[in-house]
Each structure stands twice: as C-alpha cells, then as structure tokens.
Design a protein around this ligand. Sequence first.
Ligand SMILES: CCCCC/C=C\C/C=C\C/C=C\C/C=C\CCCC(=O)SCCNC(=O)CCNC(=O)[C@H](O)C(C)(C)COP(=O)(O)OP(=O)(O)OC[C@H]1O[C@@H](n2cnc3c(N)ncnc32)[C@H](O)[C@@H]1OP(=O)(O)O
Length: 210
Amino acid sequence: MQFTLEDITADEIDRRRGVYGPLTDSVRDLIDAVIRTEVDAADIDVARRRIDEVVADLRSRQIDGSYGVRFNTDAVGMPWGNAVMGVRNAIAPPVRTVADREGVTAEFTLGAAYEGPAHHVHGGVCAMVLDQVLGEAAAADDIPCFTGTITVTYRRPTPLGALSARAEIVDRDGRKKIVRGTLSDADGVTAEAEGVFIVPKNWSGPSNLK
Ligand SMILES: CCCCC/C=C\C/C=C\C/C=C\C/C=C\CCCC(=O)SCCNC(=O)CCNC(=O)[C@H](O)C(C)(C)COP(=O)(O)OP(=O)(O)OC[C@H]1O[C@@H](n2cnc3c(N)ncnc32)[C@H](O)[C@@H]1OP(=O)(O)O
C-alpha cells in the first residue's frame, strides 16, 4: 500500500482545497440535478454536450490512474480521491469526521444520489459510510488500518437526509482493533456496525495522519 509524500506546505494544501473543493461541490450538485431534472429532452441534449465539453477541457491535462493517498511532511493527509470523504471526489457525500477522546463523530447529508429503497439510503452506502467512520476511529491514535471484517446490522430503513455516525474502539488485541459504531437519523440509530481493523505489517507511511 503506497502513500505519496508531497513536499508542500499547509498553506498550499489549503489553497488547493480552495481550488478543487468548489469544483467538486458543483459536480455533486450536477449529479443531484441529473437525477431530479424534468426539463425537456432537447434541453437534456444541450446539457449533455456542454458537460462533454467541460469533461474534455478537464481531461486536457490529467494524472494517470487514481489520485492515491497523499500526505505532506507534517503528515497532513490528502486522501482526496477517497469515496467517502475525498475533497476531489463528487461521489463522496462527503463525510468528514471529528475526533474526540473516545472516538469519532460525523454529521452529513445523503441526498438522492444515495438511494436504495424508495427515499431511503442504499444498504451498501450505509456500510461504506460506516466502514470509513469505523476506520477513522481505528486510526485516530495510530496509523491507518485495513478493514479485515465489518458486520452491519440494519435496524430500520435509513431515510435520505441529515444523518450522523459515531464510532469507538472497544477492544485491542495485538495488531487488531475491534471498533463499534452507529448510523443515526434524528429519531435514533438506524444501523450498527462492528469491525476488526488491522494495523498493517511493515508500515512505512506516516503515523498520526492528520
Ligand atoms: C493501510 C491503508 C488502509 C487504507 C487507508 C485509507 C485511507 C487513508 C486515509 C486516511 C486514513 C484514515 C483512516 C482510514 C479510513 C478508512 C478506512 C477504510 C479502510 C478500508 O476500506 S481498507 C480496504 C478494505 N480492506 C482490505 O482490502 C483488506 C484486504 N486484506 C488484507 O490486506 C489482509 O488480509 C489484512 C491486512 C486484513 C490482514 O493481513 P495480515 O497479513 O496483516 O494478517 P495476519 O494473517 O498476519 O493476521 C493478523 C491478525 O489479524 C486476524 N485477521 C486477519 N485477517 C482478518 C480478517 N480479514 N478479519 C478479521 N481478522 C483478521 C488474524 O486472525 C490475526 O489475528 P491473531 O493475531 O489473533 O491470530
């Protein structure tokens, strides 16, 4: 598992976040609009051509392959292609966690792009968000961990809209960390997860990624 060191300052990271974050937000809005629009077929055709032009412009200079997980010399992480929280990934809701002494919490909104059952969140998306939040809880005091096993129990359908998640390490055993977490709406828990997260052998990347 390769992480990429970029020798840049925190100010430069902020500058890049300021450049790409708004672009990502616009594309996220586009995804929502594509699902919900009711404009005429002719207008859809015009929109498609305009989008194709923008895509061609953006691709005129691009990296090979995926973004990777980058970090700077102060171990500030830039997992900007990450499917759940990536600053440059419009598919990411995004879910950003806040750490406290016991674990991590996230508040986020899942809209039309995350639907499974009518007006409710896709079960795979619930699992994906929980994997990330549990993974960040596992890594909060250490190096990034791999998910070994994650079990999700769906207590009731999770409605699209404002949601939160919480995760804490409940046990440690050598390189294994057992982490539990929940996904909730305003009325309480909708899904619970338990995972075994494993500290990789021979880790050569940064510790305490911020
Ligand atoms: C390292 C980078 C991780 C990715 C980081 C991503 C983003 C970074 C950005 C920010 C960082 C912040 C937080 C991270 C955020 C989110 C987390 C997302 C995590 C993922 O989305 S990650 C992708 C899905 N994940 C995989 O792609 C794993 C594929 N797999 C493997 O890479 C290996 O399979 C591995 C490493 C799991 C084990 O390999 P290994 O060689 O270290 O294991 P080994 O045999 O030595 O066992 C040692 C002890 O773990 C037990 N054990 C072994 N395997 C187990 C399993 N599956 N379940 C439960 N327990 C297991 C044994 O039973 C033994 O236990 P005991 O010591 O008690 O006997």
